[in-house]
Every structure is written in structure tokens, then in C-alpha cells.
Design a protein around this ligand. Structure first.
Ligand code: DX5
Ligand code: ZN
Length: 215
């Protein structure tokens, strides 16, 4: 079954507690989008919000760092009790293995994220090292964008390569996930789907999560 990580970026920030409790109750993972306005053309939120979320989170937290120099924040993220942390390959390049090792040292699950214009093969050297791969299905920076269908091929290629090497890794997909593509992403080999607007924009977010899961 597809696991669902509702993205807090689309939550109601005036009633954030209500939305976090909903994810605790009905979601699998709390997805936290951190943007710096440099790696991506938008600024979201930082530790002032994550510290608060951490106080009431019972579901595992997943920090998606869309920032340059992500390694500056690994320690603080670990202190907040975040379990999964991904950084962008575009921000790490030749430091990718070192950043994965540092996250492991801090007791975190390490994820490597890529934007749609980065060849998926760039992730292959980290199979067997990273715990998960975050394949962006829109360009990182904004919620509510349209799903890029070529992402399905990218996921399938990555899933096949992980299988070929007899390795283990979770594939997470992020951007434009809704009921119209959830089954296709699952079939392509995704384990964990991030969903922002299709969950928090729904009339009944709890029902939207179970529909996306396919339960
Ligand atoms: C985009 C973020 C996503 C975003 C997804 O850069 O990484 O996590 O919140 O939002 P939707 O599901 O609305 O595309
Ligand atoms: Zn994200």
C-alpha cells in the first residue's frame, strides 16, 4: 500500500495544531518543506515552525531541505527529533556521500532529492548508501503544481536499478500527487507519496489520505 506524507506547506498555518493532529491520526509521515529562496525560488518556513511541530508530532517527521548548504542544519534537525531528512543532490553534488554519512551519524534516515531536470542516473551511486530517494514530480519551490508524467519513468528506472543491485531504499515522490495519479506512481515503484494541496485542499482531508493510500 502507498504511504502518504501530507505536506505541511499546504496546511492552515493559523490552525497548524489541528492539521498536525490530523496527520498524526491519519497520515504516515509529516512532510516539512524547508526552502531558502536560493536553491529554489521561494521561502517557506524554518525552525520556528519545525520546533513547534516537533512538540506535538507523533507521526515521523520528514524534513525536505530545499536549501544550499543543507549540512549546516543536520544537527539541529536531529535535535528536533526529525527521523527522515533529505537534501537536494543539486545542493550537494560531490558531497552527497559525506552528507548521507553525517545524517547517519546523527541517527537520521538519509534521503537524496532531485529536481525533474536532473538525470535520475545521478542517484545511482548512492544506492546502498541512502535510505531513501525523493524524486520531485514538479520543480521544487511551490505547492499546487501540475504533476510531470515523465516522473513515472524516472521512478521505474530507479526502482529497477535498486532491484538489480539487490539493495533496499524507499522511493518518495513529491509534487502534484492526487487521486488521478496515485495508483500510477504506486505501480511505478513509489513507496511514499507527498501530498499537499490534494490533502489540505480537500473537504475531508482524512478521507483524501485514505483514498490516496488506496485503502
Ligand atoms: C514543493 C514541495 C512539495 C509541496 C507539494 O517544492 O516540495 O512538498 O508541498 O505540494 P503539492 O502536493 O500541492 O504539489
Ligand atoms: Zn517536499
Amino acid at each position: 500500500m502507498l504511504q502518504i506524507a501530507p505536506s505541511i506547506l499546504a496546511a492552515d498555518f493559523l490552525r497548524l495544531e489541528k492539521d498536525i493532529q490530523l496527520v498524526n491520526r491519519c497520515g504516515d509521515v509529516i512532510h516539512l518543506d524547508v526552502m531558502d529562496g536560493t536553491l529554489v525560488p521561494n521561502i517557506s518556513f524554518g525552525f520556528s515552525v519545525i520546533d513547534h511541530v516537533a512538540r506535538i508530532a507523533t507521526a515521523p517527521m520528514d524534513a525536505h531541505l530545499m536549501v544550499v548548504h543543507p549540512e549546516r542544519w543536520f544537527e539541529k534537525i536531529a535535535k528536533d527529533g526529525v527521523q527522515m531528512c533529505s537534501f537536494h543532490y543539486e545542493a550537494a553534488r560531490r558531497n552527497t556521500s559525506r552528507f548521507i554519512a553525517r545524517l547517519h551519524e546523527l541517527g537520521l534516515k538519509a534521503g537524496v532529492a532531485i529536481n525533474p531536470d536532473v538525470p535520475v542516473e545521478k542517484l545511482f551511486p548512492y544506492i546502498g548508501k541512502a535510505d531513501y530517494f525523493l524524486v520531485m514530480s514538479v520543480f521544487a519551490g511551490f505547492g499546487g503544481q501540475k504533476f510531470i508524467y515523465e516522473s513515472l519513468d524516472r521512478v521505474a528506472k530507479l526502482r529497477a536499478e535498486i532491484g538489480k543491485r539487490g539493495a533496499k531504499a524507499i522511493i518518495e515522490i513529491d509534487g502534484g500527487i492526487n487521486l488521478g495519479n496515485a495508483r500510477a506512481v504506486e505501480e511505478a515503484g513509489v513507496d511514499l507519496a507527498v501530498a499537499g494541496s490534494s490533502v489540505f485542499g480537500a473537504e475531508d482531508p482524512a478521507a483524501a489520505i485514505s483514498a490516496l493510500r488506496g485503502a
